[in-house]
Ligand binder design. Sequence first.
Ligand code: BES
Ligand code: MN
Ligand code: ZN
Length: 482
Amino acid sequence: MKYSITDGNLNDLRTPCLVVSLKTAKRVARALGSTAIFSRASEDFKDSVEQSLCVNLGGNIARLLVIGGADETLDADKFRKLVNAAAVSLLKLPVKNAIVALDSVKVTGERTPWKAATLMHAISYNAYRYGKHKSKPASPPTLTTVRVHVSDKKGTTSSARLGNALDAGLAFSRDLGNEPPNVCDPNYLLKEARKLAKHPEVSVSNLDEKKMAALNMGAFLSVSKGSDKPGQMIVIRYNGGRKADAPIALVGKGITFDTGGISLKPGAAMDEMKFDMCGAASVLGTTKAVIQAGLKINLITIVAAAENMPSGGATRPGDIVTSSSGKTIEILNTDAEGRLVLCDALTHAQTFKPKTIIDVATLTGAVIVALGSKASAVYANDDKLANDLLAAGQTSGDKAWQMPLWDEYQSSLNSNFADMANIGGREAGSVTAACFLSRFVEGVSWAHMDVAGSAFMGGAAKGATGRPVPLLFNYLCQQANG
Ligand code: BES
Ligand code: MN
Ligand code: ZN
């Protein structure tokens, strides 16, 4: 989708479709001399959120798409519902272009740029299709460009640029997540990451297994050694900020398929473990958005890409490995592999002297039990960082919730034979996974996001959601602004 921002008198516009509230629709219809047609067509219309009505007028404004509830004062969540319904209705129409004029909706505590961003996000989310592997893909929405009408352009100079950037980053992330695991393997992620290096401020490099061995990344390599596909540690550098600015580091779990390894998973829904690289997909999607938006920050993106397979060469429960930090790990369950690739990635991230590290991972089934699919879990060793991420989640509607990272949980990782075990007990599985990661971060502000519940959906709506790209992009926009 391509977005632009427009203002001016609605009656003077030319468009195949104008999206408005009921009051505004009446006013426009009157101005165009179409009051009779409009009154008849809208007679039975229920003016409440999630209702909509399309009235064909012909003429300069060929259609009016009336959005229910848009003349009330709404809270942020209700407005999100409203624009989501508007996006769904709009995307069903056979129009290539549209003007959406919902800036008149009053939203408690929010202003024009937020409303524009929320609208664009909703359209982007609903316009996404993944039909690559169907011999007859369902026809995509005809809509390709949207003009977002605002009453006052002030404060919206970057709105279209940011909306377009998020659109691209979100779609990139979802495409990577949805790609089947026989296509999307560690080398595929590297190839996709390299495409980002077309931009002059971006460089992409990788640590193959040989280089990782030289850096003593025994934890990472214990995961990839069961697979015929070699693992890759991918590093993307984006220099949009000043030379002296310390970078922000994003680290993503990129398990392109998680069978569990020798601690094999049960068969039901195992196909969904192709989504175990959605953390990686989200940091790659965010990076794409940051590059396209030209944010004035320095960013390091690290993807820990590997496949977790059982084989004669695979890691056994009971094996002890040494991570690149020097800490030893007793692997009690080979299905707790995400933390093993991430601990070496976190160690590597610290060599870039970042001011902040954020890792994103579909790390535990336990977080789904705790929070379901609505909120991503945030853990942090720095409350300011946690609060900034939670705020970015609220603003973008890509919500997150903070979980405890208390010392009391650490002892569950005790091992009789190594510095630590790779699993805690049955309780608080997402917390103990975060505790494990915390042991590999020292002297730097760090947050971990467990997105096993939010990054993809199962069942009939199976597919990648692109979360938490909107949250991360919003956070980085805030950082760029000061
Ligand atoms: N990739 C899984 C976590 C997961 C589960 C993601 C369901 C998405 C949906 C992770 O590698 C895993 O297997 N975790 C184990 C940890 C356990 C062995 C301590 C889990 O959650 O069962
Ligand atoms: Mn696993
Ligand atoms: Zn996993």
